[in-house]
Design a protein around this ligand. Structure first.
Ligand code: XIL
Length: 315
């Protein structure tokens, strides 16, 4: 069973994956990445981030991003753009410049406008804002917030809308899978922005989860976020475990993937799910969380794991 076989029965959701430029030199990897029976959508894991696209002020580089968009277009897969504004993978010049409010807002406007404009008509949705909240629902003390307050949020969204009026504009965050202060803060802000006429169309729930710890409130919370009027997508799904893998962990992971896919499917405006890479070979997890891994539905040798069939079951 493959996802698209079932996609015919479930036209409401797309299924996709992140990928990264160095991976595109691996022919077997690219063969599976290009398999539209599994993947209808791609996200670049790194090459559209600020450090890659505007390494020096006003100097733009779209080489890596273009390569991923071309890869997707060759197979009719849709694209999510990731991301316009984030405090990580931000080139030093943005912080080191100690720019005043007005200058930093013009930098944000130019970055978002140029990036989104470069891909005009070719991106389904953009993560315009990435990880702007702390877990307690307060705003992250980024250079953007410290300098402009919340003004940069509106500037980024307006610049993105102007640059590509048809792209869906998202706010993307982690630890908003289940109910809690962070999810509430995202919903409140999205409602406020929409009431003010600031363009925001979607909420991205990253979904970097842990085996056995899928929040019990996930489906209810996806519904809650969609009640803002925005659409919702699971944008960076992986379900990691503390290694080594055991039969019990494998079984739980299979159930967890099913649970997560089912939760999205059961909410009207949850419109798609993206894996944060499909194979353990290229997963970011072991590099980011010591001792953890095996988070993806395909193993190191590109073979499907039981987790894959958990996805198919939920689908
Ligand atoms: C990760 C990439 O996968 C890594 O290759 C990179 O070293 C760090 O960033 N949340 C996000 C993504 O929004 O951009 C991050 O991607 C994973 C966490």
């Amino acid at each position: 069973a493959q996802l698209a076989v079932l996609a015919g029965l479930n036209r409401k959701l797309y299924f996709g994956t992140a990928t990264d430029n160095p991976e595109l030199t691996n022919a077997s990897y690219v063969r599976q990445l290009s398999n539209t029976l599994d993947f209808h959508q791609l996200t670049p894991a790194n090459s559209m981030k600020w450090d890659a696209t505007e390494p020096e002020r006003g100097v733009f580089n779209f080489t890596g991003g273009d390569q991923i968009v071309e890869q997707a277009e060759r197979h009719g897969q849709i694209m999510r753009g990731h991301n316009c504004v984030w405090h990580s993978q931000l080139p030093d010049w943005v912080t080191a410049g100690n720019f005043d409010n007005e200058t930093l807002l013009s930098i944000v406007e130019n970055h978002c406008g140029t990036l989104v404009g470069h891909y005009k008509g070719r991106i389904y949705a953009w993560d315009v804002l990435n990880e702007i909240f702390n877990d307690d629902g307060t705003f992250c003390q980024s250079v953007f917030f410290n300098t402009t307050g919340t003004a940069y949020i509106k500037t980024a969204l307006r610049a993105a809308r102007k640059a590509d009026p048809h792209a869906k504009l998202y706010m993307n965050d982690f630890n908003i899978e289940g109910s809690g202060p962070k999810s509430t803060a995202v919903a409140t802000l999205v409602k406020e922005l929409r009431a003010e006429g600031i363009p925001i169309d979607g909420i991205g729930i990253q979904s970097h989860l842990i085996v056995g710890e899928v929040p019990t409130t996930m489906e209810r919370n996806i519904k809650f976020l969609s009640e803002t009027g925005a659409e919702v997508a699971l944008t960076e799904l992986d379900i990691r475990m503390t290694l080594p893998d055991t039969p019990a962990l494998t079984e739980q992971q299979t159930k967890d993937y099913d649970t997560v896919i089912t939760a999205c499917k059961n909410v009207d405006r949850c419109i798609g799910v993206t894996l944060w890479d499909w194979t353990d070979k290229f997963s970011w997890v072991p590099g980011a969380f010591t001792g953890q891994g095996d988070a993806c539905p395909w193993d190191n040798n590109f073979n499907k794991k039981p987790a894959y069939f958990g996805i198919v079951k939920g689908w």
